[in-house]
Write a protein that binds this ligand. Structure first.
Ligand code: FAD
Length: 276
């Protein structure tokens, strides 16, 4: 097996736009995260996505959109990925090891950026599955807490173990001594976490839409219902999830914005295709 040190000694990169894998963590049979070197010239806004991939057997790159899960101040790039058994990219990508190379097209884009929202008091991150990835970036960006008094991460998966990557990330942030120093002891109260499952029993259950329309999430967190004056939101999940959440937010009076036209919420697909 190649180590990072071996990779560093390789004389030349063999792929166009190649970056070297520095770490891989498998969270479940269907989820893993990995880190790669960051091109010196790559600038991005936390929440954006890039195209990454591997060379196919025919020598052509297999590229897919991936949200950057690391914040823009990080020296490396982190990604959080599904493993689709027959997926052209992820059936192979799930086997990468430190020292391997991936292709990374250095052109970040996306709508889940702080500049696409009007100023407000509270920012809601609403995600299912790997839709957590852009928020893993934004939660680790101090700019998010400079702009908003409170950030609420709602994440829904089928089973409890599918929540682990996000849960550990939030716990690490809450216990980060630097953030404590920056924002004071009440930082833990400024980042609220509301993880739910839909198919397995866990302390909190149910769909994000149901927990919002019933008012349960507001009650549980001690917050007032969403209000277009104070609340902003970012949505990232399957197409069906995005459509349903959008309707709920519009019911609270929030309007969809864009980079060129900031409003109260923005939406991005976590993947193309149906999915749940
Ligand atoms: P594909 O042929 O691309 O997909 C096969 C099928 O698997 C799809 O039809 C869909 O039903 C299902 N599927 C694909 N991706 C997912 C997923 N993430 N969760 C659940 N079901 C899925 N994927 C990530 O894992 N992490 C990310 O951060 C990420 N960011 C994305 C950002 C954008 C803007 C878009 C459009 C997609 C993103 N995706 C992300 C999905 C990613 O582009 C690929 O679809 C995924 O890596 C699977 O690639 P594949 O070639 O193996 O299978």
């Amino acid at each position: 097996d190649l180590t990072v040190a071996d990779a560093a000694e390789k004389p030349a990169k063999t792929l166009p736009d190649a970056q070297t894998v520095t770490a891989v963590t498998h969270w479940t049979d269907t989820l893993f995260s990995f880190r790669v070197t960051r091109p010196a010239s790559l600038r991005f806004r936390s929440g954006e996505f890039v195209m990454i991939g591997l060379l196919g057997d025919n020598g052509k790159p297999i590229l897919r959109a991936y949200s950057i899960a690391s914040p823009n101040w990080d020296d490396e790039l982190e990604f959080y990925s599904i493993k689709v058994p027959d997926g052209p990219l992820t059936s192979r990508l799930q086997h990468i090891q430190p020292g391997d190379q991936i292709i990374l097209r250095p052109k970040p884009v996306g709508t889940l950026v702080l500049d696409a929202l009007l100023p407000g008091k509270r920012l809601w991150f609403l995600a299912t599955g790997t839709g957590l990835a852009p928020f893993a970036s934004l939660m680790r960006d101090p700019e998010t807490f400079e702009r908003y008094e409170q950030v609420i991460m709602m994440h829904t998966c089928r089973t409890a173990d599918e929540l682990t990557y996000g849960r550990e990330l939030v716990e690490n942030l809450k216990n980060d001594p630097l953030l404590g120093e920056l924002y004071g002891e009440d930082f833990a109260k400024r980042l609220l976490y509301y993880p739910t499952t839909t198919r397995e029993d866990s302390p909190l259950m149910g769909r994000i839409t149901d927990n919002m329309t019933s008012g349960k999430v507001f009650q549980d967190l001690g917050l007032p219902p969403m209000d277009a004056e104070t609340d902003r939101a970012m949505i990232c999940g399957s197409l069906a999830f995005n459509v349903d959440v959008k309707a709920v937010l519009e019911g609270f009076g929030l309007r969809e914005g864009a980079n060129s036209d900031p409003k109260e919420f923005v939406v991005e697909k976590a993947f193309v295709g149906e999915g749940v």
